[in-house]
Every structure is written in structure tokens, then in C-alpha cells.
Design a protein around this ligand. Structure first.
Ligand code: IPE
Ligand code: IPE
Ligand code: MG
Length: 238
């Protein structure tokens, strides 16, 4: 099975269940997030070794601001720490990082370290790693529409010339192929405002495992399931 299986080019993950993972162990939710952050680092490495070319993870949604201040702060601090420590690792592993989402609402120092990390890894040719922070798919589309409207106003684009391909380019994921496989952990079977445009034809995979417990074997399982799917893209397979 492992020999001739297809490896999805792009895997997207809704990393859910950090809080429940912690609660089950009598730990504060933030401990779940800390463990979840370790999982991300490991899975990035595993995905790279398996030949996945793009990995996109949902770290913080536009709706997650509604959580208690202390949790939002803890999550932002984890992201801050990640941005600071990941550069050396990315350089070593040739990882190219892009943060998707509206960065303007993030603290200035976090914005700066994101910009630095993106710039420093821009020419890396290994796995593309997209981290969604203050990301909401509807917000992403809103921002894309606003930018296209601006171009129309300037006379650079004619409304009749707006194509699906162009809209795709204006999204935060512009230039990155759509996900082949979308994974959501911890039992919930919903999209929660993630990559709505991009997952039009992605295969969806749900697992009960909480994100901190997700590992290479789980990723292998998801890819095996993906290999049993028949992607038709609206056509016929015969
Ligand atoms: C996912 O875990 C991480 C984020 C949304 C930031 P949750 O924090 O949503 O964990 P549960 O769903 O409450 O268990
Ligand atoms: C989705 O998880 C967002 C992230 C994983 C960052 P949530 O836990 O916020 O989603 P809901 O509230 O269960 O839909
Ligand atoms: Mg959740």
C-alpha cells in the first residue's frame, strides 16, 4: 500500500481539541495549546519527509478573539515564541513560511517577526508552510474583493475580466495550489470558516484524535484514506 500511494501535494489541517485534551488531563487549556504547538513542529517535519509540498494549519481564527483574554494572550505568546525559534529550524529544513490571515490586528512585534520570518525563508525551496493567524475565510474574501474593487476603480481591471483564477490570486493563499486533503481533529465535522474558496474539491478527513495526540501514524492514516477516495471534480472517471 505504502509503495504506490499518492501523496497529496497540499494538506490543510484544522488543529482542534487542545482544550479538551488538557481538560481530560486536569490541566489548564493553555497546556493543551503548548502541547499542540509541539505537535505542529513534528507534523511539519513528518509531512516534509513524506513528500507533502504544502502544509497549511489553522492556528487562530477571526472568531477566536471572543475567547477569554487570558487564553488569547497565551495563544499569541505561543505564536510569538514560535516565530522567534523557528527561523533556525526553517533554514536547516529549507521550509518556506507564509502567514495567512489579517496580520494588521496582531501586535506590532508579532507582525514584525512574521514579516522577518517570511522574508528570510522566501527563497527556500522545501515544503511551503502556511500558518493561519487571525484568519477567517470570509474575511479573506472580503479583503480580496476590496483589493480587486480598488483595481477596478483605478481602471486596471475591467469587471468583465474578473476570473476565478484572479480571485484565487488575490486571496492570502495566492500562488499556492488548493488543498488536496483537509483534516480536522477531535471529532467536530465542520469547517469553521477555514479556506472556504480553496477547499471546493478537497477531500475531507475527520478524526477523533485531539490535536496534541496527532502524530505521524495519524497522518499516514489520513493519507491512506485519501488514497481510497475517487476524485472526480464533477466529471466521470470511466
Ligand atoms: C484548537 O483547540 C486550537 C485553537 C482553536 C486555537 P481548541 O482550543 O479549540 O480546543 P477545544 O476545541 O476547546 O478542545
Ligand atoms: C477552529 O477551531 C479554529 C482553529 C483551529 C484555529 P475552533 O475550536 O475555534 O472552532 P469551533 O468553535 O469549534 O467551530
Ligand atoms: Mg475547538
Amino acid at each position: 500500500m505504502t509503495e504506490d500511494r499518492k501523496i497529496p501535494q497540499h494538506v490543510a489541517i484544522i488543529m482542534d481539541g487542545n482544550g479538551r485534551w488538557a481538560k481530560k488531563r486536569g490541566l489548564p487549556r493553555t497546556m493543551g495549546h503548548a502541547q499542540g504547538a509541539r505537535t505542529v513542529e513534528q507534523i511539519l517535519e513528518d509531512a516534509d519527509h513524506m513528500g507533502i509540498r504544502y502544509l497549511t494549519v489553522y492556528a487562530f481564527s477571526t472568531e477566536n478573539w471572543s475567547r477569554p483574554d487570558s487564553e488569547v494572550k497565551a495563544l499569541m505568546n505561543l505564536l510569538r515564541k514560535y516565530m522567534k525559534t523557528s527561523l533556525a529550524k526553517c533554514a536547516k529544513n529549507n521550509v518556506r513560511i507564509r502567514v495567512i490571515g489579517d496580520k494588521s490586528r496582531l501586535d506590532k512585534d508579532l507582525q514584525e517577526s512574521i514579516a522577518y520570518l517570511e522574508e528570510q525563508t522566501r527563497t527556500n525551496t522545501g515544503i511551503g508552510f502556511q500558518i493561519a493567524i487571525n484568519y477567517g475565510s470570509r474575511d479573506e474574501m472580503r479583503r480580496a474583493v476590496a483589493r480587486i474593487a480598488e483595481e477596478v476603480k483605478e481602471g486596471n481591471i475591467d469587471p468583465s475580466g474578473i476570473t476565478e483564477e484572479m480571485i484565487g490570486r488575490y486571496l492570502d493563499t495566492g500562488g499556492i495550489p488548493d488543498p488536496d486533503l483537509l483534516i480536522r481533529t477531535c471529532g467536530e465535522e465542520r469547517i469553521s470558516n477555514f479556506l472556504l474558496w480553496q477547499i471546493a474539491y478537497s477531500e475531507l478527513y475527520f478524526t477523533d484524535k485531539a490535536w496534541p495526540d496527532f502524530d505521524k501514524a495519524e497522518l499516514e492514516k489520513a493519507i491512506d484514506a485519501y488514497n481510497h477516495r475517487e476524485r472526480r471534480f464533477g466529471g466521470l472517471t470511466e
